[in-house]
Design a protein. Structure first.
Length: 291
């Protein structure tokens, strides 16, 4: 089954919920970046969150960027998503290896202490920027904290990536459950009880749970209503023309030095690793166009 997101409500719209399976997306990212298991888990979690949060946005041109910057060996993670749940991302140091912690990949140790930044470009003069500290570096807890503190939306976020012994992705996915301002105490209490029962997202995913079944486990007794499903995938929209803008931004002096070196240059896309070659003549044209 291809990756997809389920959007739903429960308890007469007192709760809105999202759940996703993202094994294919995470495996695509792993293959593009040749990430270590712990880097794959960290990137896969943030890609999953990005896909669900992207699907929350209203307009086709809206773009969401999630940035995790910690002092751990991973260095940082960047993910961007659009409203169609097309998502792409990378980690700064893809080959980080750490010993397991309590039998699990130590994502928190790889990320470290730092900041989570959420940037929403919705076509306004300035993008919305929300920033919070990383409370654990485990991604899900950090996003739960972000929603409560920056957006004032009580939320529960669960994210997981499970690897095979050959370091390919076995399963990946997660959920975001949010309480609306008019949620009643009784609804909140029942939801909290249900959340306590789900101790591991990856355990459910490994048992073959679909996004619908994940939400059923959490909200089945609260009048769960599936509103729609959205396909999601790792999708990079880079092109030679787009990368040219990055080359032009280097500045005239640096470009002239490159031309003086007399060799073509190769520029790689951070998100998918695609390589673009620019000849001396092309670099001269870039300088002309940027005058």
């Amino acid at each position: 089954m291809k990756d997809y997101i389920v959007r739903a409500t429960a308890a007469d719209s007192q709760i809105r919920a999202f759940a996703a399976t993202t094994a294919e997306m995470t495996e695509t990212a792993r293959a593009y970046h040749n990430t270590s298991p712990v880097a794959t888990a960290a990137l896969g979690r943030l890609l999953t969150a990005g896909a669900m949060m992207g699907s929350m946005m209203k307009n086709e041109s809206d773009v969401l960027t999630l940035q995790v910057r910690g002092d751990g060996p991973l260095g940082g993670i960047t993910v961007t998503a659009d409203s169609r749940a097309h998502v792409k991302g990378y980690v700064n140091n893809p080959d980080v290896m750490l010993p397991a912690k309590n039998g699990k990949l130590d994502v928190g140790g790889a990320v470290g202490i730092g900041l989570l930044q959420v940037i929403k470009d919705m076509g306004l003069k300035e993008p919305y920027v929300g920033q919070t500290i990383l409370v654990s570096g485990e991604i899900a807890e950090d996003l739960t904290y972000y929603f409560a503190n920056s957006e004032q939306v009580p939320s529960s976020v669960g994210l997981g990536v499970l690897m095979n012994h050959d370091n390919t992705v076995r399963c990946a996915g997660g959920f975001i459950i949010q309480l609306m301002p008019f949620a009643k105490e009784e609804t909140i209490s029942r939801l909290e009880e249900n959340l306590k029962k789900v101790t591991s997202v990856t355990e459910l995913l490994d048992r073959g749970y679909s996004p619908e079944q994940l939400l059923g486990e959490l909200l089945g007794d609260l009048g769960l209503e599936i509103t729609d499903t959205v396909p999601t995938q790792f999708y990079c929209d880079c092109s030679k023309e787009r990368v040219e803008k990055a080359v032009a931004s280097i500045g005239r002096k640096e470009l002239e030095e490159m031309i003086g070196d007399g060799e073509d240059i190769e520029v790689k896309c951070h998100f998918c690793g695609a390589a673009y070659n620019y000849t001396i003549e092309e670099l001269k044209e870039i300088i002309k166009r940027s005058r």
